[in-house]
Design a protein around this ligand. Sequence first.
Ligand code: ATP
Ligand code: MG
Length: 300
Amino acid sequence: MNTSRPKNSGSELAPYGQTAVIAFVNEKGGVAKTTSCVNLAAALSQRGKRVLCMDLDPQANATTAFGISAEQAIERESHCVLTMARYPLERAIVPTQIDNVELVPASARLADCNKTLVMEVGREGRLRTKLREFYRSVLTDKYDMVLIDCPPSLDLLSINALTAATHMIVPVSTKFYALKGMALLGDMVSTLHEQIGATVRMLGILVTMFDKKTALDVTIYRLLKEAIEREFGDYVFSTIISKSVVVSEAEAGGLPVMLRDPDSAAAEAHRKFAGEVLDRLGHDIGDLIPEPSLAAAPRT
Ligand SMILES: Nc1ncnc2c1ncn2[C@@H]1O[C@H](COP(=O)(O)OP(=O)(O)OP(=O)(O)O)[C@@H](O)[C@H]1O
Ligand SMILES: [Mg+2]
């Protein structure tokens, strides 16, 4: 895996002009890929960034999180982008309830892609081709950031995301298996670099659903951070997303916690995370947000 630290100049984002395309990826399920992706989109929009989210998970959780129904998604969705050669990306984009955030929704039929595309030439690069066409078109400057929510497996959908992306963010929970998952991902990314010219780089590893009151979480966090730094480099974001009931309440209410409970510690942590993402991408991060830490008490 390319482990050089991600302080980027514009030229490194060349495939899509100045737009960063970030895949949220981890084959482990339930580590807050979707929650992090959706709340990062909301936090970036509050900083004036224009964001396109792409739901690449047949579970369509990001689609639901943005308040888009399956019926709305079925006409315009990532399945069409991946399977229909002449279906342009822009046709699949729908607005969300968040200013400056738009979405390519998903539905359950996205799962078919793993079967439909398996015999196709260039199957790993479908999304990359569509994104490149999109950025060569008149819409070149429409978005500052594209965020891709991946499914919990390293299947053809995740491979398409990693082949298209300029960067990846890996949400991890403080569990002992987390490092093993990182190694598998690293192997896959190396293969994509070597065999199909992917250029995706690690932007960072985000520790999620952390419980500072649990001694085991604190210990695993320390061990995980040490191991990641030893194996891969200084990639762990200093922002830690604590476990908090307001996050699941917001999900149940169909709104990202950034909008539903903007004064919560969870929303604050996601704003800090957005600042770190922009900083690592070399964007102007504007006003700095006070440092949350392991000690930041979530509202429960
Ligand atoms: N900080 C948090 N505190 C409490 N609950 C959380 C937090 N982050 C996420 N969750 C909850 O954990 C569950 C899994 O989160 P999420 O769907 O974002 O994970 P995921 O990695 O996208 O899952 P999948 O692999 O199935 O796509 C959800 O019910 C979500 O509301
Ligand atoms: Mg998800």
